[in-house]
Design a binder for this molecule. Structure first.
Ligand code: DX5
Ligand code: ZN
Length: 228
């Protein structure tokens, strides 16, 4: 079964690919160009082989934009960090199922901090690990690359995973959002939208060249919902 999203697609530019020396301006530019969320990739050099930014940057960005800050925690022991990110101004906090043995407790903790709770799975992690938590989450973030770096190639099998998750959501009558992250482009966003994805993270596809033109092209390709 193919689901078409009823609300407009959510575009979440990933600041990982922005010019860090002008981060505030970059965020303002994508906001003005119609971005819906700002995706913040937090990496700890342990859960993933890269080291990026922490709650201080989220705090610094909070007054710069009205957009929700969508914080993707690619860290070990996420339970040690969710409170810091909530205090810093995160709207959505997404943690990895692979990093959280007590995922149910952690999701409740995120919600009790006043944030939307997301759970993410890596490309090799099956959707079945989320079966018992789906009713309790606001968002599921499907990784369509191995996390750690921007600008990687979309893993084709992610399409099947998206379809299965979308079907599971419909079967159970659940309302969580599905977000996809990694290798999203003008070429594949329409099909991903058609398969039931609501929110699209895009790093390299936004922050290279003309940000406004890139965002506009991604949005219209998403709404056109065309298969490749
Ligand atoms: C990967 C990050 C992604 C990444 C997406 O570990 O979670 O958010 O920045 O970048 P692109 O769109 O360039 O694949
Ligand atoms: Zn991400």
């Amino acid at each position: 079964m193919i689901l078409m999203g009823k609300s407009p697609a959510i575009l979440a530019p990933s600041i990982l690919s922005a010019d860090f020396s002008r981060l505030g301006e970059e965020v303002k530019a994508v906001e003005a160009a119609g971005a819906d969320w700002i995706h913040v990739d937090v990496m700890d050099g342990h859960f993933v082989p890269n080291l990026t930014i922490g709650p201080l940057v989220v705090k610094a960005l909070r007054p710069v934009t009205k957009l929700p800050l969508d914080c993707h925690l690619m860290v070990s022991r996420p339970q040690d960090w969710v409170e810091e990110f909530a205090k810093a101004g995160a709207a959505v906090i997404t943690v990895h199922a692979e990093a959280a043995p007590h995922l149910h407790r952690l999701v409740q903790q995120i919600r009790s901090l006043g944030c939307k709770a997301g759970v993410s799975i890596n490309p090799a992690t099956p959707i079945s690990v989320l079966e018992e938590i789906l009713a309790d989450v606001d968002l599921v973030l499907l990784m369509s690359v191995n996390p750690g770096f921007g600008g990687q190639k979309f893993i084709e099998s992610s399409r099947d995973k998206l379809t299965r998750l979308s079907e599971l959501r419909a079967e159970r009558g659940l309302k969580f959002l599905i977000e996809i992250d990694g290798g999203v482009s003008r070429e594949n966003i329409g099909e991903l939208r058609q398969l039931g994805c609501d929110a699209f993270v895009a790093g390299a596809a936004v922050f290279s060249g003309d940000r406004a033109a890139n965002l506009k092209a991604l949005k219209s390709a998403a709404e056109a919902g065309k298969a490749r």
